[in-house]
Design a protein around this ligand. Structure first.
Ligand code: PLP
Length: 463
C-alpha cells in the first residue's frame, strides 16, 4: 500500500476552460532551431517551444471575467467608458490621482523620463531594469544603482533584497546635488535581482529622505501585487493586512508610477503612467498624443483597457497571488533540493539559475547565462531567458561589457498558464542539463545590435 500523505496537497485555484496544445520535439530538431535562432531564445519560434518560460510579460491566461469584459470594449476614439473604468480602478487600488494610458510599460517610462530628466541628471534606483534605464539614458540621465549590496549576492538570504541602501542614496544626492536628481526610481519586486521585494520599513525611510531633499519617488509598479504578498508573508506587522491594503500603502509613499500591465495586471498588452502632480499629468497627457494615441486610450483598444481594469482587480486577490507565487516557489524548491545553484530567497515571478556557479568554466565574456539558456532549450524544449552580461549591455563610456555581478538564467512562470506537472517536467529538465554541464561551451557574438542587444543579438558556439 502507498504511504499516506503527511501534508495536504495543493491545487491551482481555477479550472481550465480553453486549452492550447503544445508541441514536443526531438533534440536534433531543437538543435537546428537554436542554430537558426543564433543561440538567442528570443529568436526562437514559439511553436517550437515546449514549455515557454521566456517571460511572464503578456503571457498570462486571462480569466473568463476578463474575456467577458473584452466584449464590452467601447471602441470610441475619444472618451471610451473602459478608460473611465480603468481610471476608477487604478485610483481605488493604487491611489494615484491622474492616469495616462500607454500601450505598455516602456511607453510610460519614455514619457516620464523625457519630462523629468535633464541632460546630465542622475537617477538613483534599486537595481536597473533594461527598458527603464535605457529611457533614462536616452533622456540624458545617468542611472545609479543604490540597492543594498545583498541584492548582488545570489546566495544571500536577505528577505528584502530590493531595499534601498539609504547611505548610497544620500551619498549620491550630496555628491551631485539634489537639483541634479529628478526622482528616485523605485521598483517593487525587483526583476533583475531575481524577483526580490522591497520592505515597507525601507520604503518609509526612503520617503523621509525624498521629503528631506525634495526629490519625488517614481514607482515601477509592474509587480507591486507580488511584492505586497511577500510583505504580508515576511514583514512584521503586515500579516493581517490584505494585499490591497499593502499595495495602497506602498503607492501612497510614492509620487507616481509606471506600469507594464502585462505582468501583475494579467493582460496580454497594456500599461499606464499614473501621477499625483497635476502639472506633470498635463505634460504627460500632451506627450501621449504624440507617441501613443489620445489620452483616453494611449495605444490600447477599449477592450484592452477593460481587461486591464478587471485584471488589476484580480491581481489583488489573495488566493490568486498566493497560488502564483506558490507555483514559482514550488519550482524553486524542487531544483534547490538537488543543489542546483539558484538565487535565494526564491523570487516572485521566476526561478533564477546562477549561471556563474552552474557553468563555472565559462568566462563572463563568453556569456554563461546565454549559453545555459540555449542549452536548456536544446535538451528539453523549455525556453528561458538570459539576464546577465548580454542583458546588461556595454558601458556607454568605456564600450566594454558591463559584466554584472548577477549572471542569471530566468525561468519565468506565466500567470495561470501552466500546471504543477509542467513545473515538475521543467525541474527535471534543468537537472539533466546540470548533470552534463561540464561539456557545455561558451558563445561569441555574430551580430550585436546597439540598443537592448539581448532581444536581437546572434551568437555561435566558441570552438
Ligand atoms: C516588463 C517590465 C517593464 C517594461 O514594460 P513593457 O510592458 O515590457 O514595456 C518595466 N519594468 C519592469 C520591472 C518590467 O518587468
Amino acid at each position: 500500500m502507498a504511504e499516506r500523505p503527511t501534508k495536504k496537497s495543493w491545487a491551482e485555484p481555477f479550472k481550465i476552460k480553453v486549452v492550447e496544445p503544445i508541441k514536443m520535439t526531438t533534440r536534433d530538431y531543437r538543435l537546428k532551431c537554436i542554430e537558426e535562432a543564433g543561440y538567442n531564445t528570443f529568436l526562437l519560434k514559439s511553436e517550437d517551444v515546449y514549455i515557454d518560460l521566456l517571460t511572464d510579460s503578456g503571457t498570462s491566461a486571462m480569466s473568463d471575467h476578463q474575456w467577458a469584459g473584452m466584449m464590452l470594449g467601447d471602441e470610441a476614439y475619444a472618451g471610451s467608458r473602459n478608460f473611465y473604468h480603468l481610471e476608477d480602478v487604478i485610483r481605488k487600488y493604487y491611489g494615484y490621482k491622474w492616469i495616462v494610458p500607454t500601450h505598455q510599460g516602456r511607453a510610460a517610462e519614455h514619457i516620464i523620463s523625457q519630462i523629468l530628466i535633464k541632460d546630465g541628471d542622475y537617477i538613483p534606483g534599486n537595481m536597473y531594469f533594461t527598458t527603464t534605464r535605457l529611457h533614462q539614458e536616452l533622456a540624458g540621465g545617468n542611472f545609479v544603482d543604490v540597492i543594498i549590496d545583498e541584492a548582488h549576492d545570489p546566495t544571500n538570504e536577505h528577505p528584502f533584497k530590493a531595499d534601498i541602501d539609504l547611505q548610497k542614496l544620500e551619498d549620491l544626492i550630496k555628491k551631485v546635488g539634489a537639483e541634479k536628481v529628478p526622482y528616485i526610481s523605485m521598483a517593487t519586486a525587483v526583476n533583475m535581482a531575481g524577483g526580490q521585494p522591497i520592505s515597507l520599513g525601507n520604503l518609509k525611510e526612503v520617503r523621509e529622505m525624498s521629503h528631506k531633499y525634495g526629490i519625488p519617488i517614481i514607482h515601477d509598479a509592474t509587480r507591486v501585487a507580488e511584492n505586497a504578498y511577500l510583505i504580508k508573508e515576511r514583514e512584521p506587522g503586515y500579516q493581517d493586512k490584505t494585499i490591497a491594503e499593502i499595495i495602497r500603502e506602498i503607492c501612497d509613499l510614492t509620487d507616481g508610477c509606471t506600469m507594464s500591465a502585462k505582468k501583475d495586471c494579467l493582460v496580454n498588452i497594456g500599461g499606464f503612467l499614473a501621477v499625483n502632480d497635476e502639472e506633470l499629468y498635463k505634460k504627460a497627457q500632451n506627450m501621449v498624443v504624440v507617441y501613443e494615441g489620445l489620452h483616453t486610450y494611449g495605444g490600447m483598444a477599449g477592450r484592452d483597457m477593460e481587461a486591464v481594469a478587471r485584471g488589476l482587480e484580480e491581481s489583488v486577490e489573495y488566493e490568486h497571488i498566493k497560488a502564483r507565487i506558490g507555483q514559482v516557489q514550488y519550482l524553486g524548491e524542487k531544483v534547490l533540493g538537488w543543489d542546483i545553484p539558484i538565487i535565494v530567497p526564491i523570487g516572485t515571478h521566476g526561478v533564477f539559475l546562477d549561471a556563474r556557479r552552474f557553468l563555472p568554466h565559462i568566462d563572463q565574456d563568453e556569456f554563461p547565462a546565454q549559453t545555459l539558456a540555449a542549452q536548456i532549450f536544446v535538451e528539453s524544449g523549455v525556453r528561458s531567458m538570459e539576464r546577465g552580461n548580454v542583458s546588461a549591455g556595454r558601458d556607454p563610456r568605456t564600450g566594454k561589457n558591463r559584466r554584472p555581478a548577477l549572471e542569471l538564467v530566468r525561468l519565468t512562470v506565466p500567470r495561470r498558464v501552466y500546471t504543477q506537472a509542467h513545473m515538475d517536467v521543467t525541474a527535471e529538465a534543468i537537472l539533466e542539463v546540470f548533470d552534463n554541464r561540464d561539456k557545455v561551451k561558451g558563445l561569441k557574438f555574430t551580430y550585436e545590435p546597439e540598443y537592448l542587444r539581448f532581444f536581437q543579438a546572434r551568437f555561435e558556439p566558441i570552438t
